[in-house]
Design a protein around this ligand. Structure first.
Ligand code: SAH
Length: 262
């Protein structure tokens, strides 16, 4: 661990630098690297995870918003220099790097933009076979949770429609500098072999998001804005609350709605 010229952590960028090398290695090793060659690391900071990625048989790109971190990386990882993108991940058009190629996403993510990182990944799912990294523990658990759980919600259903989600391990605050206030959790998403849904995918996103806006109500109530026929609303599925529906039931529900409104 280099002790000089370190990057000063910036709170507004969610900077908590991981100081445990074996955890960094475990995250890097969680990718199978099967069927793709390129990896994009979001928020490399001082490169604790990057250095393990660079040892692998992949082409690693990093995207980092902080100029000071980018300077540090350029000075300390010479062979990475032309694959450092100094941009905001959320605003950057990834086609500029990858065109239509597949790539994995990895990172010890900035927790303040966790959900947005996941939503952007879901939008690009046709190009992202694997996704691995660290979130706030509660968010990682939520993404992996199943119907009936208190934390099951939009992130769980949308992610698990396209990916198998596995919670790998918990990481305590003590291994970061500065330590975050919460526990962290590492998760792995592997895209399903068949990730094309048998329903209108745009409508699926709308149904899930609208359904969970009022999670204590029955779907009959929360999906009012869809102006569904009385006949359809008599179906028992509409008597359920969103948190009771499995991913495949949400897909079924979307197909029913699709037929009804067309
Ligand atoms: N991976 C490093 C740093 C984690 S902290 C480590 O484990 O030590 C999160 C990192 O994400 C910081 O370096 C921060 O500057 C960066 N970051 C924050 N918002 C970002 C954004 N919108 N796009 C790209 N990087 C971002």
């Amino acid at each position: 661990m280099a002790n000089h010229n370190q990057v000063k952590a910036k709170k507004h960028l969610g900077q908590h630098f991981l100081e445990d090398e074996s955890i960094a290695q475990d995250i890097a090793d969680s990718l199978s690297l099967e069927g793709y060659k390129d990896v994009l690391e979001i928020g490399p900071g001082m490169g604790v995870l990057t250095k393990y990625l660079l040892k692998k048989n992949t082409t690693t790109y990093v995207i980092e918003i902080d100029t000071e971190s980018v300077e540090y990386l350029k000075n300390n990882y010479l062979n990475l220099a032309d694959r450092i993108i100094e941009k905001d991940f959320l605003k950057y058009d990834l086609n500029l790097i990858f065109k239509d190629k597949s790539f994995a996403i990895i990172g010890n993510f900035p927790y303040n933009i966790s959900s947005q990182i996941l939503f952007k990944t879901l939008e690009l799912r046709h190009q992202i076979p694997e996704f691995s990294g660290m979130f706030q523990k509660e968010v990682a658990k939520r993404i992996c949770s199943k119907e009936g759980s208190k934390v099951y919600g939009i992130l769980s259903v949308l992610t698990q429609a396209f990916y198998d989600a596995e919670y790998l391990f918990t990481v305590p605050p003590t291994v970061f500098n500065p330590p975050p206030k919460v526990d962290s959790g590492v998760l792995l998403l592997k895209r399903k072999a068949d990730f094309k849904l048998p329903c209108d995918e745009k409508l699926f996103f709308r149904v899930v998001k609208t359904g969970f806006q009022q999670r204590r109500k029955t779907l009959r109530n929360s999906l009012k804005t869809f102006n569904l026929s009385d006949n359809l609303k008599a179906n028992t599925i509409f008597g359920q609350r969103p948190e009771q529906l499995s991913v495949s039931q949400f897909i079924e529900l979307t197909s029913l709605i699709e037929n009804d409104i067309n």
